[in-house]
Design a protein around this ligand. Structure first.
Ligand SMILES: [Zn+2]
Length: 279
């Protein structure tokens, strides 16, 4: 069985920490480099439900997309929920490793997994990483559809293929407009409107879109917006990452047991469709 340090080295090879944004906090949060790893769990959020699942599963390593601590802290006291997570992990000999913006821009990365879930053909990154001479890494992806579909059909496909959340898929723009090209970006896509418009795509699938940027985007261009739950747009990466680690495990003869959490950690739990008319 591999030691944690060996598994982390393999993960760092997939998602080098130096490729994370400067504000990000990636890498190993909890764990003894010498401990043996037999079972790994991938999840989006390092929250209590997921840590409890890792304990139940007998996992030695939890790999999450979102950081536990993004800013500095002076306490890991269990009276706070993040401290409780740290305590539970250490008491159960479970390591925690984070791959966040370094997984977003990887090849393949978070948006490749999102595109793959919808059977979209990836053409190129939406925001290419200037340090990649091959132009394959970067934030978001521009995808082409071999058979154009309407915005409504694309939204229905996203609703069917992404894991179910209370939000479902919100659409802005003409639902009957044809989509031949679509930009996708897992997680919050608010900051990408300028590059999406410059790319001249028919639609943009992402999460966390706010009123003003969305309103301006659809008022001044034919761009359609598809807004999914943040968690749902990033969850497909867990399956991709798990399959990548499985392959590494086979290659090294490690025989790791690699799991993907199906626990929905999207914070929104219910959705009531509007029925009243404005008056
Ligand atoms: Zn995210």
């Amino acid at each position: 069985m591999p030691r944690l340090s060996e598994v982390i080295a393999a993960l760092d090879n997939l998602w080098p920490a130096e490729r994370a944004e400067s504000w990000d906090a990636v890498g190993t949060v909890v764990g003894d480099p010498d401990q043996e790893v037999t079972r790994v769990l991938f999840a989006v959020d390092p929250v209590r439900q997921i840590v409890d699942e890792a304990v139940k599963l007998g996992a030695d390593l939890l790999v999450t997309h979102h950081p536990l601590y993004l800013r500095g802290t002076t306490t890991v006291a269990a009276s706070h929920f993040k401290g409780r997570v740290v305590h539970t992990l250490i008491k159960n000999d479970i390591a925690l490793h984070v791959a966040h913006t370094n997984a977003d821009t990887a090849d393949p990365g978070v948006s490749d997994a999102l595109a793959g879930a919808l059977d979209l053909r990836v053409a190129r990154p939406l925001v290419p990483d200037p340090t990649d001479p091959e132009g394959r890494r970067g934030l978001g992806r521009i995808c082409e559809l071999d058979h154009p579909v309407t915005v409504r059909e694309l939204a229905d496909r996203a609703a069917a293929r992404l894991p179910a959340t209370a939000q479902g898929i919100r659409v802005a723009g003409d639902p009957e407009a044809l989509v031949r090209t679509v930009a996708v970006s897992g997680g919050s896509g608010d900051s990408l409107f300028d590059v999406v418009r410059a790319a001249g795509v028919d639609a943009f699938l992402t999460a966390d879109l706010r009123h003003h940027p969305a309103s301006e985007a659809v008022a001044h261009s034919p761009l359609a917006l598809l807004d999914a739950a943040h968690w749902a747009t990033e969850w497909p990466w867990c399956e991709l990452a798990a399959s990548q680690l499985d392959e590494i495990s086979d290659r090294h003869g490690w025989d790791l047991r690699v799991h993907v959490s199906k626990t929905v950690t999207d914070p929104w739990t219910s959705h009531s469709p509007s029925l009243g008319a404005p008056n």
